[in-house]
Design a protein around this ligand. Structure first.
Ligand code: ATP
Ligand code: MG
Length: 332
């Protein structure tokens, strides 16, 4: 079975619709056909300096949401990144094989550092794509299911793998991105040209998996739509309507042209109402299961310990090779 690896940051209390469609839903599907490794990226989350209490809470809520969305601990390895120490070690080695210019080209850094100003943004925010490369290469993953916002980071990962292999000898599998085109980027409801994001969308622009039906419906009814009244997909002129059409299409498995025909002459109101119901129905069972899992923290932590154990076994094996190739003396 080909191996997949993917991660999600515990940067908020809840995942959003973009995470769900661009990542989590595919993770659940792929565990049937792949040897799957999924992780909560808490090392990445500290790039934006949450408090310790916030981070602990978000890490557990994230894990519960993944199990709640259908990640099966029997079939997949789900773990918390910081519980496998090798990630940080490999990241350092890869950093020493990355050019400044290469790292500086990452557009996510430009987006994320904008709110701090480039010179006061943390160094971790700048180097996190290299840590991400370490996360992926550690497990010799063949595929990485991600949203379109991560395409550039995957390219960097591939470059670093190839460079390491040619400098030190064949060590890493060069991974391929696995990006579903229809859900490449779910947009912010209030700013349909920006991606929906845990850390940069306004609350009104975000549809959170753990949110109550009331607020979810309200936000969708108030989503920015475009001039005119026709429900048609047109990414250039109608990015807001197009985003909602994509959402309804992927959640119901209905092709967009069929939806356009259904809402012809009905206007935005009727359309948005239906989108809202589809989203509420998709999130409700996940929210319920997540709450249940969170009610027994000890059991949740135990499930994560099992994942960390399995992941560590693979990570140790990779790092033994890496250390030897780089020229570090063996540990006694
Ligand atoms: P942050 O703002 O803290 O970076 P995020 O919302 O971007 O949070 P991540 O944890 O960075 O979420 O990413 C988790 C996964 O979700 C990644 O695979 C990413 O590609 C995917 N993803 C994130 N936002 C979207 C989106 N708007 N549409 C589709 N996929 C997305
Ligand atoms: Mg992100």
């Amino acid at each position: 079975r080909p191996r997949v690896l993917s991660g999600i940051q515990p940067t908020a209390e809840s995942f959003h619709l973009g995470n769900f469609l661009g990542a989590v839903r595919q993770w659940v599907d792929m565990q049937e056909t792949h040897d799957a490794f999924y992780f909560i990226a808490d090392l990445h989350a500290i790039t934006v300096n949450p408090s310790a209490a916030e981070l602990r809470r978000r890490t557990r809520v994230s894990a519960a949401q993944l199990f709640g969305a259908g990640i099966d601990p029997e079939r997949s390895t789900l773990f918390v990144q910081s519980q496998v120490r090798e990630h940080a070690e490999l990241a350092w080695i890869l950093m020493c094989n990355t050019g400044m210019g290469e790292a500086a080209r990452m557009t996510q850094f430009k987006d994320k550092s904008a709110k701090y100003g480039e010179s006061s943004a943390g160094v971790g925010l700048f180097t996190y794509p290299i840590l991400q490369a370490a996360d992926i290469l550690m497990y010799q993953a063949d595929f990485v299911p991600v949203g379109g916002d991560q395409k550039q980071h995957l390219e960097l990962t591939r470059d670093l793998a190839q460079r390491f292999n040619s400098r030190y000898g064949q060590t890493f599998t060069v991974p391929a991105p696995y990006i579903l085109k229809e859900v490449e980027k779910i947009a912010d409801l209030q700013d349909p040209l920006a991606k929906m994001s845990k850390s940069s969308s306004s609350p009104q622009g975000l549809l959170e998996v753990l949110e109550e039906p009331g607020p979810l419906r309200k936000k969708i009814m108030r989503a920015v739509t475009d001039t005119g009244s026709e429900v048609v997909a047109d990414p250039e002129n109608k990015p807001g309507v197009t985003n909602l059409l994509r959402i309804q299409s992927v959640l119901t498995g209905t092709p967009i042209p069929e939806l356009e025909a259904r809402y012809a002459g009905l206007g935005y109101g009727a359309f948005k109402k239906d989108v809202a119901e589809v989203v509420v129905d998709a999130f409700a069972p996940i929210r319920e299961r997540t709450e249940k899992l969170l009610s027994d923290e000890a059991e949740l932590d135990r499930m994560l310990a099992v994942g960390a154990e399995r992941a560590s076994a693979v990570a140790r094996e990779t790092m033994e090779q890496v250390r030897e190739r780089v020229g570090f003396l063996p540990r006694r």
